[in-house]
Write a protein that binds this ligand. Sequence first.
Ligand code: FES
Length: 147
Amino acid sequence: MNRREFTQWMTAGAIASSLPVALAACGSGGNSSTAPAPSGSASVAAMAEGGTTIAALDKAGFVEITVKGKPATIVRNPDKKDEILAVNTMCTHKGCTVAWKADQKAFVCPCHGAKFAAGGAVKAAPAEKPLAAYKVKVAGDKITVEA
Ligand code: FES
């Protein structure tokens, strides 16, 4: 093995040995946010930017999406089933991500327990301001959220 072959062999080895570390770094919460992930995500049928379908909403009961890169959730109003609502799920108290809890008919914040109605109104402190609500358009099976 000459010097050039040795150098190539060492470079390949260094890359191969650092790969698991790089992959682990990517897989362990690459999100710099300190907010806990929303619970109940296993039932989410679709994750899309700005919309979903009626079929996906009815299958999961709610659909988490992003609207201009911000977390949002589309949900049927539990008190008025014909109404489809969408809110920004960033808690207005300190910015944690709230999660839809169908059994409570509310978005619940995992950080300090604030609760919000499906349309974003505050149901329980410490949050004082409602979640930002988005305009929802339904055309056929398609639901589109407008920021
Ligand atoms: Fe949601 Fe505090 S961040 S209740």
